[in-house]
Design a protein around this ligand. Structure first.
Ligand code: AMP
Length: 285
């Protein structure tokens, strides 16, 4: 695996590589979710490039930038084992040199869900993703559905700015107990980890209720909240039942509807989501 630390090196590598480059941007501390994205890139492109960049622009004051887990050696080994062809590993000054002034703001869809408590988050994400896409010049970039809102922000950015890249999404990869893999799970104590299972359990319950015919968002939200708040250490930030593209709240489940959660458990802020679809009236249950 080639390791490229400067923009020039990365651009030259991509220009030389020939064929379709599949790209997986990450913030490091890699787990099987990230590696699934790399496998998808390998499977559908000629070369797979990953980046590790802990992007300060997407962290607000008082958030966990300084505490974010890092594992450079482990990450390198995992990417190598996954068959990654190149790793882009810039430092902060390479991405944000002295005098950096340009930020990208995707409007409207960033003011819902995670955008409420993290007002600068998506501006930081959109800015770094645009930069990374310009540097790596991939044919296709891969993003996880665990970060559903981020995925929509990236899709919108690529469409609105006419970027020459395909955006592909990969379903959420979960641990054996159902908890969505996340670098931030490292913050959880053993008992907090048990509480973290309530997120996926509540989503599964909501799915089951919808498949039994329940369409009221209020009823679903109450059921989800009860399951999560029964556990210790949990502090629900939002439970949203909304349009999966623009995140406007829905009173009833119809067509494809997103159920998205953010819950603080100890030091960790965890998110999870699923898509549900109401059965049509004439469909047999
Ligand atoms: P991060 O390092 O957290 O910024 O994530 C890098 C990429 O991996 C993003 O596209 C995430 O959506 C994706 N990702 C993170 N966790 C998972 C997961 N459990 N399953 C699938 N994709 C994931």
């Amino acid at each position: 695996m080639d390791i490229l630390r400067t923009i020039r090196e990365m651009k030259d590598w991509s220009a030389r590589s020939g064929g379709r480059v599949g790209f997986v941007p990450t913030m490091g501390s890699l787990h099987a979710g990230h590696l699934t994205l790399v496998h998808r890139a390998k499977a559908s492109c000629d070369r797979a490039v990953a980046s590790i960049f802990l992007n300060p622009a997407q962290f607000g004051a008082g958030e966990d930038l300084a505490a974010y887990p890092v594992d450079p050696e482990g990450d390198r080994r995992k990417l190598e084992d996954a068959g990654t062809d190149a790793l882009f590993l810039p430092d902060r000054r390479e991405i944000y040199p002295q005098g950096f002034k340009t930020y990208v703001q995707v409007e409207d869809i960033t003011s819902h869900l995670c955008g409420v408590s993290r007002p600068a988050f998506f501006r930081g994400v959109a800015t770094v993703v645009l930069k990374l896409l310009n540097i790596v010049q991939p044919h296709t970039a891969f993003f996880g559905e665990k970060d559903w809102q981020q995925l929509q922000v990236v899709r919108t950015l690529a469409r609105d700015l006419s970027l020459n890249v395909n955006i592909e999404s990969v379903p959420t990869v979960r641990d054996a107990d159902g908890v969505a893999l996340s670098s931030r799970n490292a913050y959880l104590s053993e008992t907090e980890r048990v509480s973290a299972r309530s997120l996926v359990r509540s989503l599964d319950t909501a799915k089951a209720l919808v498949s039994e015919g329940e369409i009221s968002a209020a009823v679903l939200r109450r059921a989800i909240r009860e399951i999560i708040e029964r556990e210790r250490h949990t502090d629900v930030e939002y439970i949203s039942i909304c349009d999966p593209a623009d995140f406007t709240e829905r009173e009833e489940v119809r067509n494809a509807t997103l159920i998205a959660l953010a819950v603080r458990i100890g030091r960790a802020r965890l998110i999870d989501n699923c898509i549900v679809e109401a059965k049509r009236c004439n469909e047999p249950y």
